[in-house]
Design a binder for this molecule. Sequence first.
Ligand SMILES: N[C@@H](CCC(=O)N[C@@H](CS)C(=O)NCC(=O)O)C(=O)O
Length: 220
Amino acid sequence: MIRLYALPLSVYCTKVRIVLRIKGIPYEESPPPGGHYSSADYQARMPPGTIPSIEHDGFKLFDSEAIVEYLEEVYPVPSLRAEDPRQRARQRAISQFHNTRVEPAVRVLFPLVRQGSETPGEDHHGDLLDGFFRQLEKLERIIDPAPYVGGAKPCLADCAFPATLRMGQDILAYLGADVSFSSRLDAWLGTLEGHAVIGEEVAANRAAVGDWLKGFRRTG
Ligand SMILES: N[C@@H](CCC(=O)N[C@@H](CS)C(=O)NCC(=O)O)C(=O)O
């Protein structure tokens, strides 16, 4: 049995949950021991102190990308990666574009939410908001969904983006800025959210983001 340490607000945890559920892998989920990834209990068990992480029959693994690749190898059916090495490599590059570009462009917005009373019109805020839009433009040029990144069925490269794009959109809406996705990104998101598992997990993450945003008071 796989134990998943995760929290509802984390888009990386959403990605791993999507993969576990699409593959039909039995798992149990709990918050990190001590309730948070910064707890001493969790860090003693999982030294990087990040979520998500898994324990599988005594084997401990952190990092969402390593986890989904491991799951793909240990539970290869249904497959979430291309047979062809070039397509597979490309899908990995797209996944990494999420982890190294798109998600960080959303994460840098967190302090603006925490500040609460600031307005997005200020110059340094504008730069941060533009950073997210720049990554969306690049993503638009990188993917060619048909209707998923990997073709007719979802692949690993489809699993991380929808929660992160919605999180970016919801944070920007909270900050008073509008995010309209291009027709290509919009159609892709529609496909992803129309998938039963992906749709449910993204909705759950979005609800957690909504609760998190409600915890801050905007006065600006
Ligand atoms: N590259 C990691 C990033 C995961 C990550 O940053 N998770 C956040 C929560 S969403 C976290 O654990 N933050 C605590 C920290 O970085 O110390 C992955 O893909 O698992």
